[in-house]
Design a protein around this ligand. Structure first.
Ligand code: SAH
Length: 475
């Protein structure tokens, strides 16, 4: 990474968006690596962070606020960190260059069309923000004009003038935001040109991106991140996979080709609608999306006695919650792949899972946001080996359907005392299965032809069956 050309931004202190831009890219990666090691190194060795070959102009989503400077000139740019003052920006080292060009054009056009920038103190004026999303692979470009009022003077000629200068734009949307809010987008959107969305390709699939839906902002590194997540998940063809916090379904759709069934869970109903459309667009039949709180949904399916083989989770910065994590433990998937944009909350959550049946097996940081202090991490957790897992979780209540008080250690002790032989938890579980005593669904069933389960000798099996009788688990 040392041959990365160094480009410097004059605005970096004023803008505040790129907190570590003063460091060379090598040092930035080291900074992020240290951060992850500090927070997560206690769980496992941290793999080397995957950086970008070209860590500039990676953002496919660009936003600019509009206003006036002291001399009453129209400006567009970003809010100075922690203030509401606009720092004028014409080009930014991390933003898509085409998007920056379009914003400058719009600024010139509103002047010539005598449209006013919005004044958020007086709450008057027209153009408040411009949001641009660009499909790096598809080439499609969405322009969202966020206006303080719906009335749009010379709308047609404005659109034509913009398209005349940038024929590469594929859709233009007006979004009305007349509230005193720091949110960029308001409730109402009107499509002025094109179909109101753009399409983009990711890991060989096509996704629809709408103005409001979450979509990863660094498409190059997203492929790297998702490919890592798939490698870690190592999904088998009979697996049931849960894509929790699924957004518009990207991860679940990518996982669907390896799995038997995927269930995506997402709170935002618009994102769920987009996710369903995306599944259809890619002709994927083995995926369902549920609009629900991920924790609540997991509790429900765990209560119903359903199982999952792999859980992929990609929560927001705040991380997951105890309800979700407890139900992961209850569902007991073979693997949990945790994708995180916040190593602090990720470390907190994986600590819980590490104390409850799971072991961290891999930690891979990926640099999704060069020049900023943010770092993305994929963590692989694996259920501890089956014996450990059973010792830990299988309580009296879980043990059988006959109201028995016997635990695995009880049975082991009985067999040891009476027959002077040692039996493993696995052998007990296998014998239970043979005797038709209800087992957890995802335990002890070979997932593929290849996986081998050690057999249990006749002598051991008879001893275990005797113990079952002794504890009245079978007649
Ligand atoms: N996995 C997606 C989106 C990740 S962003 C992708 O990579 O594109 C995190 C997502 O979690 C957002 O879409 C947000 O709406 C959703 N979310 C936040 N809290 C949630 C909750 N309690 N239950 C389910 N989804 C939630």
């Amino acid at each position: 990474m040392s041959d990365v050309e160094i480009k410097k931004c004059k605005l970096y202190k004023k803008c505040g968006g790129c907190q570590i831009h003063n460091l060379t890219y090598d040092k930035q990666l080291l900074f992020k690596m240290k951060k992850v090691v500090k927070l997560m190194g206690k769980f496992h060795r941290v793999e080397n962070i995957i950086g970008m070959d070209n860590p500039y102009h990676y953002r496919n989503k660009v936003q600019a606020a509009f206003g006036r400077d002291r001399n009453n000139r129209i400006i567009s740019g970003v809010y100075q960190s922690s203030t509401h003052k606009i720092v004028p920006v014409d080009s930014c080292l991390i933003e898509d260059e085409k998007a920056d060009e379009i914003i400058v054009t719009i600024r010139k056009l509103i002047k010539s069309f005598k449209l006013k920038p919005f004044d958020d103190k007086k709450m008057t004026g027209f153009l408040r923000h411009v949001l641009i999303k660009r499909g790096f692979l598809s080439g499609e470009i969405m322009v969202v004009l966020v206006t303080g009022e719906e009335a749009f003077k010379s709308k047609r000629s404005f659109i034509n003038a913009l398209l005349g200068r940038h024929p590469e734009i594929t859709t233009i949307i007006q979004n009305i935001n007349n509230r005193r809010t720091s949110l960029v987008l308001g409730e109402k959107s009107i499509t002025l040109y094109g179909d109101g969305v753009i399409k983009e390709q990711l890991c060989g699939y096509t996704f629809t991106i709408s103005p409001k839906a979450f979509y990863q902002i660094n498409p190059v590194q997203t492929e790297v991140l998702y490919n890592k997540a798939m490698e870690f998940a190592d999904i088998q063809k009979d697996d049931i996979v849960i894509d929790a916090y699924c957004g518009t379904g990207t991860i679940g759709i990518i996982a669907s080709k390896y799995a038997k069934q995927v269930i995506g869970v997402e709170l935002n109903k618009d994102a769920v609608k987009d996710a369903r459309k995306n599944a259809k667009l890619n002709d994927i039949k083995n995926i369902d999306f549920v609009c629900a709180d991920a924790g609540r949904y997991m509790v429900d399916i765990a209560d119903e006695g359903l199982s999952a083989d792999v859980v992929i989770m990609d929560p927001p910065r705040a991380g997951s919650d105890i309800k979700f994590l407890k139900s992961v433990v209850k569902l007991s998937p073979r693997k949990v792949v945790y994708i995180s944009c916040n190593p602090e909350t990720c470390a907190r959550d994986i600590l819980f899972l590490s104390k409850n049946k799971y072991k961290v097996r891999k930690i891979q940081p990926v640099d999704m946001f060069p020049h900023t202090e943010h770092v993305e991490t994929v963590v692989l957790l694996r259920r501890k080996n089956i014996d450990d897992h059973l010792e830990f979780t299988w309580t009296d209540k879980d043990f059988g359907n006959k109201g028995s008080r016997a635990t695995y250690p009880d049975i082991k002790a009985y067999v040891q005392d009476k027959y002077d032989i040692k039996v493993s938890t696995l052998a007990i579980a296998q014998t239970k299965a043979k005797c038709g005593i209800i087992e957890r669904q995802n335990y002890n069933k070979p997932k593929s032809e290849k996986s081998k389960q050690p057999g249990c000798t006749k002598e051991r099996e008879d001893a275990i069956i005797d113990a079952f009788r002794h504890f009245q688990m079978i007649p």
